[in-house]
Ligand binder design. Structure first.
Ligand SMILES: [Zn+2]
Ligand SMILES: [Zn+2]
Length: 331
């Protein structure tokens, strides 16, 4: 099968013919239709995340159809079904985290497109327990970005509880999707972009933000919660300063530059800083129920599989007009 392979971080992916995988016990063999590109893919290729499997097939927002079913897969799936394969690829089901509904923190978790092969390829195998059926209203391109930007964004959003005034720092893929959920649920949305980025600020207002400004500005009202999607550490104290008493800052990314020091007074009065790591299957089930109801719309730009390096470069350079989605049979 065709695949784009990462031999080593900080090198372009190599187009290669590799052996088609076979499903083991509990796995599905999936013929991949699309795979969306996530910022985490950039962090892996750029060597910012430790110990990836190497060589590695990247990609953890995979949409495809079941071609073969391994032994002992439950009856939820049949050949031909469309499934989504997310970042969380495997857990042990028996550690303290798994046993307390926090499988996202499993000590032995494996991650698609990072510690196991992912979706920049024609086929992949995946543990059936972690695959999702996807809402019919989306086609294979539209639905792909929901699998990570949507799910991790949703988990970050849920951490903000019932915050009425919600700030979002960094208006990228995840923010676009979560802004739609927040507005649908009646939150007042405040969006912070790079200082002076009027285009992004206008886009945010079109999405229903009551206010949009630079990350160096303070909002007109104190916020009950803020989610930081940009991987920029100094945004943490900036967001803290925008919070009302008891407010929470949620860091939604897997990687962030260092957070500068700040006065304790900014954290005082029960303000909270937390991060979101990975996802649970429950996040997926909830999000795929609510997304088509709103309906959450994705903006995408497609690339043939062979152009994965171009997609990554344009992502890194901020030159995409939507989430990059690799299409396996573009011809
Ligand atoms: Zn576990
Ligand atoms: Zn991701």
């Amino acid at each position: 099968m065709r695949a784009m392979v990462l031999d080593k971080p900080r090198q372009p992916l190599q187009r290669r013919d590799v052996e088609k995988p076979r499903p083991s016990k509990g796995q599905l063999l999936v013929r991949i239709a699309t795979c969306a590109v996530c910022r985490t893919d950039l962090h892996v290729t750029d060597g910012e995340l430790p110990d990836p499997k190497l060589p590695l097939i990247l990609g953890h927002q995979i949409v495809g159809h079941i071609e073969e079913i391994g032994e002992e897969v439950n009856l939820k799936f049949k050949v031909g079904d469309r499934v989504g394969i997310p970042w969380l690829g495997w857990t042990d089901g028996e550690c303290a985290y798994c046993l307390s509904k926090r499988e996202n923190l499993c000590d032995r978790a494996r991650f698609t497109g990072y510690t196991i092969d992912g979706g920049y390829a024609e086929f992949t195998v995946a543990d059936a327990r972690f695959c999702f059926h996807l809402p019919d209203r989306y086609n294979d391109v539209e639905v792909a970005p929901l699998l990570c930007a949507g799910l991790i964004g949703y988990r970050s959003y849920r951490k903000t509880g019932d915050a009425r005034r919600l700030g979002i720092y960094g208006f990228g893929n995840a923010a676009h999707l979560i802004a739609q959920v927040a507005v649908y649920e009646g939150r007042d949305l405040f969006v912070f972009t790079r200082p002076g980025d009027r285009t992004a600020q206008q886009a945010a207002k079109k999405r229903g933000a009551v206010w949009a400004g630079g990350s160096d500005e303070l909002p007109p009202e104190k916020l009950d919660a803020a989610i930081i999607f940009a991987s920029v550490g100094p945004l943490v104290p900036a967001a803290l300063r925008a919070l009302a008493k008891g407010g929470i800052v949620v860091c939604g990314g897997i990687h962030m530059s260092d957070i500068p020091s700040f006065p304790y007074a900014d954290l005082w009065e029960e303000r909270i800083i937390t991060s979101v790591a990975n996802l649970t299957r429950r996040d997926g089930e909830e999000f795929f129920k609510i997304a088509p109801r709103i309906p959450v719309k994705t903006e995408t730009e497609t690339f043939p599989l062979e152009q994965a390096n171009i997609a990554l470069d344009r992502f890194r350079g901020g030159k995409l007009n939507g989430t990059a989605v690799l299409v396996m049979n573009a011809s």
